[in-house]
Design a binder for this molecule. Structure first.
Ligand code: PGA
Length: 248
């Protein structure tokens, strides 16, 4: 695992954006695996900026997103489709037909999930998968449990995740209780993974994911088995790892 230790959120965002831009420049028709949440927002701002300066183009890029809340329409301002449109897709030249976010309103989740995985497989898997991490170590919405789930699937969100995401909704009760998430098969099938983290509240999850036992109790720990992971984090998110003597 290659680790970049950046000073703060902005430096982390710039570094993460440069890894994504590098992929797009070298492989213009790449399949990007994209993530939502507060972690990648800054990286997307840099990418939009660089697009506007004419430095990068997403004209031939394909994308698949990690997850979506069950029950939220694409037009809901907390849906992950809405997030992607407003943070990236609406501001760059990506072809809307080439962007995929799980459908939170699907009436046949099993068929939808199977199709999502078939699409990713059919593309030869993701070229660069962007990941944030939850305070409980989740990646995508693969929550801690007693086994890793391979396929795209519907997940029951944990109380900790609902608490963490309540800040985006009018009340905790409005936070959806389920999501559709890419599974570990699609994530681990990616040719390269870019894991990003910022802030002290991620320090424990990063420490356990990078140097703890590989266990579904900490879903991020599975990344230790992937041959090509880049971790871009700020000093606060790396603080527990460095304090444990791990050299970054
Ligand atoms: P965050 O979420 O980027 O909003 O902290 C990350 C995650 O829960 O995966």
């Amino acid at each position: 695992m290659r680790i970049y230790c950046e000073k703060d959120y902005d430096a982390m965002s710039r570094r993460a954006a440069s890894v994504i831009a590098g992929e797009v420049i070298h492989n213009p028709a790449c399949l990007l695996g994209l993530a939502t949440g507060s972690t990648p927002e800054g990286a997307y701002k840099y990418l939009v900026d660089w697009y506007k300066q004419g430095l990068i183009s997403f004209k031939d890029v394909l994308s698949v997103n990690l997850d979506e809340y069950v029950g939220l329409a694409p037009s809901h301002d907390q849906s992950y489709r809405y997030f992607m449109q407003s943070n990236l897709f609406d501001h760059v030249d990506i072809d809307p037909a080439n962007t995929r976010v799980p459908d939170g309103l699907t009436r046949d989740a099993a068929a939808f999930c199977a199709d999502y995985d078939a699409y990713i497989r059919g593309c030869g898997y993701v070229d660069l998968q962007l990941l944030g991490i939850g305070r409980n170590g989740h990646i995508g919405f693969n929550e801690p449990g007693d086994h890793f789930v391979r396929e795209t699937h519907v997940v029951d969100l944990t109380e900790s995740t609902i608490d963490a995401n309540a800040r985006f909704f009018a009340s905790r009760n409005d936070v959806p209780k389920q999501a559709i998430s890419m599974g570990m098969g699609a994530i681990m099938g990616a040719k390269r993974i870019l894991l990003c983290a910022s802030g002290e509240d991620k320090a424990d999850a990063i420490c356990r994911s990078v140097s703890g036992p590989i266990t579904p109790g900490c879903p991020g720990s599975i990344l230790q088995l992937h041959p090509n992971v880049v971790l871009v984090a700020d000093e606060a998110a790396l603080s527990k790892l460095t304090a444990s003597g791990f050299k970054v």
